[in-house]
Write a protein that binds this ligand. Structure first.
Ligand SMILES: *[C@@H]1O[C@H](CO)[C@@H](O)[C@H](O)[C@H]1NC(C)=O
Length: 438
């Protein structure tokens, strides 16, 4: 009797606990950012004599610091580390550690070797012995190698780098100090060099490029799609394309004769599962660009040009236009209780005058800057954002808190993953805006 009386609630409690645990896990599984994006990441670090003990310790700290930005695990990021001199040493096999703490401990215990600099051999080794043996290889996760060197390689690097690229490995090259050769770094790295080659004056300098390295690594994992622009391909999301505007909306004349735009009316629904648009969330920094024109009745309304909702329809991210106040609002995620933060730019009536305009936002983890027709308007501070839940919808042109579509015309709606695109993107599609960039 006594046995039964106590065991029942115990089983119930246990079941409740399991249920809660399962619900939490299900929730977390849908929370995405580059922290959680799946990728195989291998660091190929120079352990030659020129590095010296003290700098090798800095490199180890640096690896640990980078690790902290990623969630380690079979479903997330896996790290591998190769130290190289004459012969490469497999310090950390890809995917050996499944928690950040274990991985960090392993990184801290790497011992500096000393020797020559055979970078080509090391790249070949990483391609065969790390990427080649990764269990996730066939699953198509990003394969990224970061080569850190402070000298000239004593063997051939370009063949090894080409062979790695053929196997889908993306190579970054970081040169430290004046002994490195730019041409050799370029032979190692992917193109364009402005994205994949870094040079710093000394080992202390590598800590300064952690944020940009992190941004670049994130771009590789969360932004697989490319937008063709002029002669280059930019990493990013062409939202008009992904939301199938060509099929859903009527074509109309754009900003110039011959440019195509779409007429959005209240009869169409521009929604898509976030999971299919942003399966791994957004990178830490990005550029949002929209070329649009207001249509009569919406002038005084408040509507979301773009938003990402949670499964129960709350906005996690949004660009909101308020015609009555002439303001633009930006909403993104945060650590706060509500899970979001919203900033409002000062009044700017120009956007709302029923002419074509380009609205651009440069979003970083610290702030967001608004540009209208290529003119910088204002920068507002942000708290660090967190990931987004991808189990809801991404929508375009919806009235705030409603499912009704607002009428407007749109020619461009994109998110570029490289924040540098903010300096390249012009507003020359807007009549009267002169091209000021090359
Ligand atoms: C690692 O991070 C710590 C704490 O943020 C910082 O003080 C240190 O300079 C970083 N070191 C390197 C090498 O990145």
């Amino acid at each position: 009797m006594g046995y039964k009386a106590t065991s029942m609630p115990c089983i119930l409690r246990c079941m409740c606990f399991m249920l809660l645990h399962w619900l939490n896990a299900a929730q977390d599984e849908d929370l995405r950012s580059c922290r959680t994006a799946p990728g195989d990441l291998v660091f190929i670090v120079d352990g030659s004599w020129s590095v010296e003990d003290v700098n090798f310790e800095i490199v180890k700290r640096w690896l640990v610091n980078i690790t902290k930005n990623f969630q380690i695990g079979q479903k997330f990021t896996q790290f591998g580390v190769v130290q190289y001199t004459d012969d490469p040493i497999l310090e950390i096999p890809l995917g050996k550690y499944s928690t950040n703490n274990d991985l960090i401990r392993a990184m801290e215990s790497i011992e500096y070797m000393g020797g020559n600099t055979r970078t080509g051999t090391a790249i070949e080794f990483a391609t065969d012995k790390l990427f080649g043996l990764s269990e996730r290889g066939p699953m198509g996760v990003s394969r990224i190698a970061v080569v850190l060197t402070d000298g000239k390689s004593q063997d051939e690097v370009s063949k090894a780098a080409e062979a790695a690229r053929k196997k889908g490995v993306i190579l970054f090259a970081i040169g430290v100090g004046s002994e490195t050769e730019e041409a050799q770094l370029r032979a190692i790295a992917n193109k364009p060099f402005s994205t994949y080659v870094f040079s710093v004056e000394d080992y202390k300098g590598i800590s300064r490029i952690i944020q940009v390295i992190r941004q670049k690594l994130c771009e590789e994992t969360v932004c697989p799609a490319r937008i063709p622009i002029d002669s280059r391909d930019e990493k990013g999301f062409d939202i008009l394309y992904h939301l199938n505007f060509a099929k859903k909306a009527k074509k109309t004349k754009g900003t110039y004769h011959g440019t195509k735009a779409y007429e959005v009316t209240s009869r169409i629904d521009l929604s898509e599962a976030t999971r299919s648009l942003f399966p791994d969330g957004l990178p830490p920094s990005y550029v949002f660009v929209a070329t649009l024109r207001y249509k009569g009745s919406v002038a005084l309304e408040q509507w979301d040009l773009w938003r990402i909702q949670t499964r129960d329809g709350r906005p996690q991210m949004a660009v909101t236009l308020n015609g009555l106040h002439g303001t633009v609002q930006f909403t993104t995620t945060s650590h706060s209780l509500t899970g979001t933060q919203t900033v409002t730019f000062s009044q700017n009536t120009k956007l709302f005058d029923e002419k074509w305009h380009q609205l651009r936002l440069l979003v970083t983890e610290e702030d967001v800057t608004l540009y209208v027709d290529d003119l910088e308007m204002e920068t507002l501070t942000l708290e660090p954002p967190v990931g987004i839940f991808i189990n809801g919808k991404t929508q375009v042109g919806k009235y705030v808190s409603k499912e009704t579509t607002a009428p407007f015309e749109i020619q461009k709606l994109r998110i570029y993953c490289d924040p540098e695109q903010n300096n390249r993107e012009t507003a020359c599609e807007i009549p009267g805006v002169v091209r000021t960039k090359i």
